[in-house]
Write a protein that binds this ligand. Structure first.
Ligand SMILES: [Zn+2]
Length: 203
């Protein structure tokens, strides 16, 4: 999918990949000249990222809620993102997970307090209305956690993989692209690295 990033972007926001939501969220850590940066580590960056991904979130995040983000809100999203990155990493490498990370994901999942209501009275046709008693920010964390649980338990069609290009830290959905890399740029870098390795071996 193609994401429309909102403008203007504050400095240090992560690249957008259009991956399934849990992988896109995991990819908010990114390398710059060999150093890892946190693309949602400030209220401005997190607000930008949530706004950029707003079109595919069920939760409605009004602009005033995004402008009112606090460092405390950021800490909860970073906690969830870091746990999710480690869980996706364990999944793609076939390793056992850390129980703390599973607990963090399940904590976020349980933040959801929504249910459908049937509104039907008199002659009007029946309609379904979503009730929600949690804050939009908690609901978004729960939404990401629900999608992550589907991804990690194999109940979503996505096939998470780690990009094989040298120095890349991104995850991608292999079912979507059938590539071994997160992007064309990483595919080119991986091919160049393989070419140099062959030349070194031959020389
Ligand atoms: Zn990559």
């Amino acid at each position: 999918m193609t994401l429309q990033p909102p403008a203007p972007a504050p400095a240090g926001v992560p690249p957008l990949h259009g991956e399934p939501l849990p992988l896109e969220f995991s990819n908010t850590v990114f390398p710059v000249r060999g150093e890892l940066r946190d693309g949602i580590g400030t209220p401005e960056r997190l607000g930008w990222w949530l706004s950029a991904n707003g079109g595919r979130l069920k939760t409605d995040l009004p602009a005033p809620a995004l402008r009112a983000l606090t460092p405390g809100d950021v800490a909860y999203f970073v906690l969830l993102r870091d746990a999710l990155r480690r869980l996706v990493g364990a999944h793609v490498r076939g390793h056992a997970p850390d129980a703390w990370d599973v607990a963090q994901l399940n904590r976020a999942s349980s933040l959801d307090r929504s249910w459908p209501l049937l509104c039907w009275a008199g002659e009007e046709p029946p309609t379904r209305v979503e009730m929600c008693t949690t804050t939009p920010l908690a609901a978004v964390q729960a939404e990401i956690a629900h999608a992550a649980i589907a991804l990690l338990s194999g109940t979503s069609p996505a096939e998470p993989r780690a990009c094989r290009a040298p120095g890349c830290v991104f995850f991608f959905d292999h079912a979507r692209s059938r590539r071994e890399w997160c992007s064309t740029g990483c595919g080119n870098r991986a091919r160049v690295a393989r070419h140099h390795a062959r030349r070194r071996a031959a020389g």
